[in-house]
Design a protein around this ligand. Structure first.
Ligand code: ZN
Length: 458
């Protein structure tokens, strides 16, 4: 009974439903067709009118332009960092790594100065908004302050951070270093590293905050403490080839070895008459000069002033740091005549090859405040000695010049390229780690900073 009823009633209900559905569907279909599809001529005009076609194309092109604009051209205004620092610098024998930290663009920015000097870049044009820089590998870039886009050889590349300023520094995206100098640099997670030559630069520079840096300047404005004495003095008579007389024949290790090399490689005749002198010895020399002046009729005050130009005032003598050498030949000892002797002439124009410089020249007495001393040479290490000699820079102003330049690229005649960085103030690394004593020279800058001397990987 139930099954029969179901059999009868089932199909008939279905039928009704189907019919209902089909008529409803048809109706909806018809209505919507009427609404959507224009009839006859209208339909044709709508789809094929040249005006509409143009409108369509214009809107597509506009859409594409908008997408490009959003992706590439539109830039949010740059965030200028409130903080930037080199939090850690690691010196390996052939690699230098610095960890940079910025508050905006999280650690993605590096100082342009560093990049300029790694890649030996030269700023060729500073426009009102754009700056053009050409690097040694012929890559040309155009930077714009506030923009993430940098033109590299006329192709624009967008970086993950913009060019911004922080204090006196221009900061650029770290990725730029990798793009420009892929052979020698790397940048990831705020770590900028670059490869150096694995050869050790001449001169084993020491810790950056002690008195022992080879670039330490000693003069009236920068005296040594009374008790200072270098810890690595050696008697030059224990080394080969050196001719030395007198009682002050000690020099710091590196200077003594450089002197030995100079003697070995050349046959010019001269003798070292004075090297390291301690504070007491210097005081004795100074007092003797003052006594001579008083005897010659000068007042005590004048006697002291005049003595100071001939014998360094105690504490201001380079001999106290074990890096100065006085030379002589028989019959010509501590007189201006030494300049015209074969030894004097040779030393003046060749000692720089071994890290020495003629310290008190005739032309520079106004800066040094010391009389012309053609016999007095100072060890400052190579290639600094060559820079001073060739560029006629007096040592008293050298560090200040470096400080202004921040970094210096120098092609030395020993066939190597060097980078010299003076890192102080904003660029001074918070922490400095040495993984080895080779490869990189470090000296104090006579202030709070450090001078790094590095051979560049060729
Ligand atoms: Zn001297």
């Amino acid at each position: 009974m139930t099954s029969r009823n179901r059999r009868v009633s089932g199909p008939s209900r279905k039928k009704i439903n189907r019919n209902k559905n089909s008529s409803l569907n048809k109706d909806i279909k018809n209505r919507s067709l009427k609404r959507i599809q224009p009839k006859g001529k209208n339909k044709k005009i709508y789809s094929n009118s040249p005006v509409n076609n143009l409108l369509k194309k214009v809107s597509i092109v506009f859409g594409i332009i908008m997408v490009i604009y959003v992706i590439f051209i539109f830039e949010f205004p740059a965030n200028y960092p409130d903080k930037f620092k080199i939090s850690n610098m690691t010196l390996d024998s052939n690699k230098i790594t610095m960890q940079v930290e910025t508050d905006s663009y999280k650690d993605k920015l590096i100082p342009l100065d560093i990049l300029l000097n790694i890649g030996k870049g030269e700023i060729t044009l500073i426009g009102e908004k754009e700056t053009t820089i050409v690097f040694a590998n012929n890559k040309k870039i155009i930077l714009k302050e506030g923009s993430r886009k940098i033109k590299i050889n006329d192709k624009t590349k967008k970086f993950n951070a913009p060019v911004v300023k922080y204090k006196e520094l221009v900061l650029v995206p770290g990725e730029l270093a990798k793009t420009l100098l892929p052979e020698i640099t790397n940048f990831s997670n705020g770590k900028l590293s670059f490869n150096l030559s694995s050869d050790k630069p001449e001169g084993e520079y020491l810790s950056f905050d002690d008195y022992d840096g080879y670039l330490r300047l000693i003069n009236k404005e920068n005296p040594m403490t009374k008790n200072y004495e270098p810890t690595d003095l050696i008697n030059v008579n224990t080394l080969d080839s050196i001719t030395a007389y007198g009682t002050n024949t000690n020099l710091r290790d590196e200077a003594a070895n450089a002197l030995s090399k100079m003697y070995k490689e050349n046959s010019v005749q001269y003798a070292m008459t004075s090297g390291f002198r301690n504070y007491e010895t210097q005081t004795q020399l100074f007092n003797e000069e003052v006594a001579d002046n008083i005897q010659a009729g000068k007042t005590e005050e004048q006697a002291k002033i005049d003595a100071g130009t001939i014998v360094a005032i105690p504490g201001t003598s380079e001999h106290q740091v074990g890096l100065a050498v006085d030379f002589a030949i028989p019959g010509v000892v501590l007189t201006e005549e030494f300049k015209n002797t074969p030894a004097g002439k040779w030393l003046e124009s060749n000692s720089y090859k071994y890290g020495f410089v003629l310290r008190y020249t005739k032309e520079q007495t106004a800066i040094t405040n010391i009389i012309f001393e053609p016999w007095h040479f100072r060890y400052i290490g190579y290639p600094h000695s060559e820079i001073l000699f060739k560029e006629k820079i007096v040592f008293d102003t050298y560090i200040e010049a470096l400080r202004e330049e921040k970094v210096k690229y120098f092609q030395a005649e020993d066939g190597n390229d060097y980078i010299i960085w003076l890192l102080s103030g904003t660029l001074k690394p918070e922490k400095l780690e040495f993984n080895t004593s080779n490869g990189i020279g470090v000296s104090s800058d006579n202030g709070d900073g450090i001078v790094l001397t590095m051979k560049v990987k060729n």
